[in-house]
Write a new protein. Structure first.
Lengths: 149, 149
DNA sequence: CTAGACCTTCACGCCGACGTCAGGGTCAAG
DNA sequence: CTTGACCCTGACGTCGGCGTGAAGGTCTAG
């Protein structure tokens, strides 16, 4: 398909798609006329790109991990590069921190609007320090903890 | 206290603190010399500002809701302005969406690195569409739903 | 009195993911 | 052939939360 169709099917502007190519995130074929020709897999790829961009990863980082992205249900190609995995772990940690910050901000908004958290939330905050929210427990539900960076 | 001390106590640069004032987020007193003089409450205010900024609210929005922020444990001054509450509800929704996006991105990273979610996660993803993750349940644990915007 | 730490107000720089022209090809339908 | 929808490659603009000087007052210890 050409860029316009991919744009419609992904909800991303053609400009953005060209930008992704410029950044090495997509590498469409070219027709003799110079027109870009995209495949079906690019639809999934674009969705993945948008997801990661929305999470705050920059295009350079995404470019590194995209080769493992297509994910049409195939086996993991293996532990990829070791230092890459390290970087991914940091990104993951970053995302988790960001989720916690968002949760804190949301709780703050709820406090302002008077809409307290689920039922048991008549608690006061200490003058300063930890928010003392109802079990502020990290948003990371994962069991296996990453190696101490 | 002067700007330097507030900066040290909050971990925010003096430049940022001046910027906050410029944006109407802080309104410190002034000494005859022109030096800014901050109060204790400004420490909490700055923390609140940083929390909200980190959640993606812009300074203009924060400026609107900050009057209700100091939160030294005092009673809610009331439902504030009605259209303001509406805006806050939208911000809250935005934050919740952002949390969901982060969760999706994190799951994607886990998929790439091979680290699947808690135990039961040998599921495949459909060719396209919903991620079919283990109960992707919205990050919003609140009981009372906001009015249908 | 003087050094030096701290403060003041401009005012330009930055970054990243695009938006938005400008100027010009491609291509299928009529 | 012409129209109109689509595509191409530059290349500059944007936006927000500051960073980073520059040029100059303030204040306190010695």
């Amino acid at each position: 398909m050409r860029i316009g169709e991919l744009a419609r099917r992904t909800g991303v502007t053609p400009r953005a798609l060209r930008y992704y190519e410029e950044q090495g995130l997509l590498t469409p074929e070219r027709r003799p006329s110079g027109y870009r020709e995209y495949g079906e897999r690019d639809v999934d790829a674009v969705h993945g790109i948008r997801t990661l961009l929305a999470a705050g990863l920059n295009s350079a980082t995404i470019a590194e991990i995209l080769p493992g992205l297509p994910l049409p249900g195939r086996r993991r190609p293996g532990p990829t590069c070791p230092e890459l995995l390290n970087g991914l772990a940091r990104e993951r940690a970053r995302i988790t921190r960001q989720m916690d910050e968002l949760a804190a901000a949301r709780a703050l908004l709820d406090e302002i609007t008077g809409a307290e958290a689920p039922s048991e939330a008549i608690r006061r905050r200490g003058a300063s320090g930890a928010p003392t929210s109802p079990s502020p427990q990290s948003s990371d539900r994962r069991l296996v903890r990453p190696p101490r960076a």
